[in-house]
Design a binder for this molecule. Structure first.
Ligand SMILES: *Cc1c(COP(=O)(O)O)cnc(C)c1O
Length: 234
């Protein structure tokens, strides 16, 4: 089976390089996550054979199943809303949890990570645009959430993440990416113990070039690599 992933990746790569060039950033400072949710193992294997090692999933069961089936040098990114009762299934399997949006969720991650003797890398998810339908802490609460998480010994807070609104013109999201970057810099300047802000996870298929010019270090691309998603109704 050939999903055409090589061609898609070549085009995404070229666009990432051009976005970096346009704002004077180094290509190496932007990491690409192949968002493989809903896609079959064969599609992930094709992406793997093209060199992809970072995969993003938004459902715990699907992440665990794919983790078991695929090579162990893959870095798994949990990018979807995470329920507290499912944290225990993934704390020792994920490379980075992008979607930590509450103190209660962070406390659960701390508890399960301590049980398994691991340290978990996380990002705090911020609902920058304040959309009703989206998860994430509010802009006004994020700093206090970061300060509370900073004291948790089995969690390493690495940065911030946002899911921008769905828009026709990606330029409309520039202000949200700029805002997240500003919050990120403000937190860095606070010099909070045990917080090493290094990552800004922002930008998807429709808006990753704008996100890169606003400082993104992780772009999360699904459709642009794997094609449209088909949600099965069984
Ligand atoms: C699905 C998803 C993506 C990828 O979306 P595309 O538009 O297909 O690139 C990125 N981030 C999150 C949080 C997602 O759920």
């Amino acid at each position: 089976m050939d999903y055409g992933i090589r061609e898609n990746l070549d085009s995404v790569e070229e666009r990432i390089e051009n976005a970096c060039l346009s704002c004077g950033r180094k290509r190496a400072d932007v990491k690409l996550i192949a968002v493989s949710k809903t896609k079959p193992l064969t599609a992930l294997q094709e992406a793997y054979s093209c060199g992809c090692r970072d995969f993003g999933e938004n459902k715990v069961q699907e992440l665990v199943d794919k983790y078991e089936a695929l090579p162990k040098d893959i870095r798994w990114h949990m990018i979807g809303h995470l329920q507290r009762n499912k944290v225990k299934y993934i704390v020792d399997k994920v490379y980075l949890i992008h979607s930590v949006d509450s103190l209660r969720l962070a406390e659960e991650i701390e508890k399960e990570a301590a049980k398994k003797g691991v340290t978990v890398n996380i990002l705090a998810e911020v609902n920058v645009a304040g959309e009703e339908s989206k998860f994430g802490t509010t802009v006004s609460e994020v700093t206090s959430l970061v300060e509370k998480i900073a004291g948790m010994p089995h969690i390493r807070l690495k940065g911030l993440m946002t899911v921008a609104p769905y828009v026709e013109d990606s330029e409309q999201n520039r202000r949200f990416f700029a805002k997240l970057n500003q919050i990120y810099v403000d937190i860095i300047h606070k010099n909070i113990d045990n917080v090493s802000m290094e990552e800004l996870s922002m930008g998807m298929t429709g808006d990753y070039e704008v996100a890169i010019t606003e400082g993104s270090t992780y772009v999360r691309i699904g459709t642009g690599i794997f094609g449209e998603r088909e949600y099965k109704t069984i």
